[in-house]
Design a protein. Structure first.
Length: 326
């Protein structure tokens, strides 16, 4: 009897939590939060106490890609855009600092974040502070900001584009395997690892890479008020730069510490003594249920080759430094 009562209490507690979660996610009874009006979708962690006016810190961390899920349960790209929307709609927010710590990622995801930052800059000042790493796609996205700052020891730059594939034709031969492909056009399997690429295919892929590179180059040149030709012959050859070297090449506006960036944000906003807060995703029932559903039966994996933190998918276009490419 005691066990039955305990189970009933557990079920009742779970249902109550579920009901509370629904109320929290909807923002209250009868008030449904729409896509472009999520009231306090992100909670605020106070970093520096100050006045009612706020400088908001929004993180841009890890691999930039649509299939990377943020802490809210949305794609990290969508999560970043929602954070900017909340900052734009909050009258107390006077400026935003994007805290960057990323090696880059997919070119489209980086471009969408760049565009979101650029559009936000039309409403309020937005700065980018690069912490340990802000290279390639992360630097691309940061170019949308009004002001770019990093630490003297930061790794940044790596202005370039890369597409990878894996050729396993020789391995197939040793194993007695052969790739058989039926295709509708001559370029349909041009990144197949089962054979060598033709000169025509290599030329086509290189053309795609250079097309994306020229866009990257144009964005950097316009953002930094530099000539594309000088960039192409200099710092935009794919190299990684320290924060100090990036300043010499005019890829950033200044070097310093994140607190200096907060002060610069207030200066651009024309205020003093504002609070500094960091956006953190609020509790979301959908994310809670997602985490419950992610439990899987454990499995044992044997990895023959060393694995990098970020594994590139063949055929996708990336903005990443070579040292982060597997």
């Amino acid at each position: 009897m005691g066990v039955l009562v305990f189970l009933v209490l557990c079920v009742s507690l779970f249902l109550n939590l579920l009901f509370i979660g629904i109320l929290v996610e909807r923002g209250g009874v009868g008030k449904k939060i729409t896509r472009h009006n999520r009231s306090l979708y992100f909670s605020e962690e106070v970093l520096v106490e100050g006045s009612k006016q706020k400088v908001v810190v929004i993180p841009l961390e890890g691999m930039i890609a649509y299939d990377v899920i943020g802490t809210s349960g949305y794609s990290m790209v969508e999560e970043f855009r929602i954070a900017l929307e909340q900052a734009a709609e909050d009258p107390d927010v006077v400026a935003v600092v994007v805290s960057v710590d990323s090696p880059g990622g997919e070119i489209t995801a980086s471009d969408v974040i760049y565009s979101a930052i650029k559009k936000f800059s039309e409403k309020k000042p937005i700065l980018a502070f690069i912490n340990s790493v802000g290279a390639s796609g992360a630097y691309y996205a940061s170019c949308g900001a009004d002001y770019l700052m990093c630490n003297p020891t930061t790794l940044t730059g790596s202005i370039g584009v890369i597409i990878t594939t894996l050729n396993y034709k020789e391995l197939f031969g040793k194993l007695g395997l052969k790739s058989v492909v039926f295709k509708s056009g001559k370029f349909k399997d041009m990144l197949s690892g089962g054979r060598d690429m033709t000169p025509e295919e290599e030329s086509y892929i290189q053309g795609l890479v250079m097309q994306s590179y020229e866009r990257f180059l144009k964005i950097v040149a316009e953002s930094r008020n530099l000539k594309a030709e000088s960039l192409r012959d200099g710092a935009a050859d794919g190299r990684i730069l320290s924060g100090e070297d990036a300043l010499k090449e005019k890829l950033v506006d200044d070097v310093g510490y994140v607190e200096d960036c907060y002060e610069q944000a207030m200066e651009l906003a024309g205020v003093k003594g504002a609070s500094v807060v960091r956006y953190e995703p609020s509790f979301r029932l959908s994310r809670f249920l997602q985490l419950l559903g992610e439990s899987r039966v454990g499995k044992i994996e044997m990895k023959v080759l060393p694995q990098s933190k970020w594994k590139l998918e063949p055929g996708r276009v990336y903005l990443l430094p070579e040292l982060f490419v597997e």
